[in-house]
Design a protein. Structure first.
Length: 73
């Protein structure tokens, strides 16, 4: 079920230039499912060419985002 949800999110919140244009919300049953879906979405995004497609930068540099994501992950 993760791949259809990912495709739907991508269709609604990413434009033709592969940049985020909106926000999305996925409802799951519990905390464990939220964690699993988040990991699935990250894996699906990393398999594609543009790993920054869901990141609305709003003027923040990619190096800042990458350094932050390295500390989080």
């Amino acid at each position: 079920m993760a791949k259809p949800a990912y495709n739907t999110l991508k269709k609604h919140i990413v434009d033709d230039n592969e940049q985020a244009i909106g926000q999305g919300l996925v409802f799951v049953t519990d905390r464990k499912q939220a964690r699993l879906r988040a990991l699935d979405f990250v894996n699906f995004t990393l398999r594609e060419d543009n790993e920054m497609q869901f990141v609305g930068t709003n003027g923040v540099s990619k190096s800042t985002i990458k350094s932050f994501s390295e500390t989080v992950l």
